[in-house]
Design a binder for this molecule. Structure first.
Ligand code: CA
Length: 227
């Protein structure tokens, strides 16, 4: 998943982004409310982890402005214990969940997965389409109940397509979701990853169709409405 961490405490931001990257996420970090507001106006993330006490624009205002633009981007609010009143206000303004510092990394990750799933795929557990099952918590992929090996990048490509199944995903969107700001992927590299993922799905009933000029579409063969 592509995550944005907005946190002005460098130690927390660093620990958080390292742990999330270790678990295969693409993570960008901002330490100011204003830059978060500008970024969220132009870019999409699967989940935003938002501190409330920020320099130059409060996290609450970042959230209010995000929702004011009618963006449903899932937001997990991080607060200090003495910001309790703000925390409740934050949920009223459309935060999907909150955690009080200090927090356990495992719990934070579980909650990130939960709100991303709620936002994208209803309330179910794993992402299942036909014979394909992506186990988000264990980062495993099963085809017909048999595990298939995916590299972290291949896993990420399939995750993006699965979370948006039934919709065409452009190369630019894949690029944006796969890379933090300090890195880039060529179109050729994206084509290569899609090719590899396709090969690994050969024996499933799921295909990734190229929609010429637009991008890729994940489909469940024979079930146009999918699972
Ligand atoms: Ca802070």
């Amino acid at each position: 998943m592509r995550l944005l961490v907005v946190e002005d405490d460098p130690q927390i931001a660093d620990g958080l982004s390292r742990a999330l990257r270790r678990n295969g996420h693409v993570v960008d970090v901002l330490d100011r409310g204003l830059s978060a507001d500008i970024t969220l106006g132009t870019q999409d993330f699967d989940v935003v982890i938002l501190d409330l006490g920020l320099p130059d624009m409060d996290g609450i205002d970042v959230l209010r402005r995000l929702r004011g633009r009618e963006k449903r981007t899932p937001v997990l609010v991080l607060t200090a214990r003495d910001e309790l009143a703000d925390r409740v206000r934050g949920l009223d303004l459309g935060a999907d969940d909150y955690m009080v510092k200090p927090f356990e990394m495992d719990e934070l990750e579980a909650r990130i997965r939960a709100i991303a799933r709620r936002a994208h795929a209803g309330s179910g557990g794993d992402l299942v389409v036909g014979k394909l099952c992506m186990k988000l918590a264990q980062r495993r992929i099963l085809v017909d109940d048999a595990p298939v090996e995916f590299s972290p990048r291949e896993f990420a490509v399939l995750e993006i397509l699965l979370l948006r199944r039934g919709r065409v995903v452009s190369k630019a969107q894949l690029q944006e979701q796969l890379c933090a700001w300090d890195s880039a992927l060529t179109d050729g590299a994206i084509e290569l990853y899609v090719h590899r993922v396709r090969r690994k799905l050969e024996f499933s009933d799921v295909t990734i169709r190229t929609v010429r000029g637009f991008g890729y579409l994940l489909e469940n063969n024979g079930h146009s409405g999918d699972a």
